[in-house]
Design a binder for this molecule. Structure first.
Ligand SMILES: [Zn+2]
Ligand SMILES: [Zn+2]
Length: 191
């Protein structure tokens, strides 16, 4: 693991600025690695971790800086729940831990640095210093991951009977005997 300051510098470069969300995401990911006993997520343990994130905000950009998990490597999974939470999975033993930021952490930041008028500055400072108990709620969980969830999965490619587009990774849906993509099956996010 790198030092926290090294992670902050890398996160700032990748995200374009340093903000309270970045600090929170870094703390979350470092804590996740600690709880799982993963010492070198960017190096020798880099194929050991899959991370699920539940929000697309600043913190989400910071998490891969620590875990090395990237969307394009299928090691970062996005679930749009709008929650400041992430689950870190250790593929070597099936252990997984979900870490959620506590709502009370914002109030705690106000209590710690009431003299700081800038909320982002106040939270950035406080989130660095707060204990993990003050920042996070932790649950040990089980995450079902199939072979189709990993990089390099060589499964059959399916063709949607409606739009004709190819579908990888067993993400097709069968409706009334027809093989459809998730869009044509009713999950379309565009019109
Ligand atoms: Zn930010
Ligand atoms: Zn389709």
């Amino acid at each position: 693991m790198k030092t926290f300051d090294e992670y902050v510098a890398l996160a700032g470069e990748a995200h374009g600025h340093i903000c309270a969300g970045q600090i929170l995401g870094l703390r979350m990911a470092v804590y996740g690695m600690e709880l799982l006993g993963i010492e070198d997520p960017g190096g020798k343990d880099r194929k050991r971790v899959v991370t699920f994130v539940e929000i697309d905000r600043c913190a989400t950009d910071a998490i891969p800086i620590v875990t090395g998990c990237r969307l394009g490597k299928r090691a970062l999974k996005f679930r749009d729940f709008g929650k400041m939470a992430a689950t870190f999975c250790d593929l070597s033993n099936g252990r997984a831990v979900r870490i959620a930021a506590l709502e009370s952490s914002k109030q705690r930041a106000r209590e710690m640095y009431p003299e700081m008028a800038n909320k982002n500055q106040q939270q950035m400072r406080a989130y660095r210093e707060m204990t993990t108990d003050e920042l996070f709620c932790v649950q040990w969980v089980r995450v079902q991951l199939g072979p189709e969830d990993f990089p390099g999965y060589k499964g059959e490619r399916h063709i949607c009977a409606e739009c004709g587009e190819g579908i990888s990774f067993e993400r097709q849906v069968t409706q009334a005997g027809r093989v459809l993509c998730r869009g044509c099956a009713g999950e379309r996010y565009y019109e």
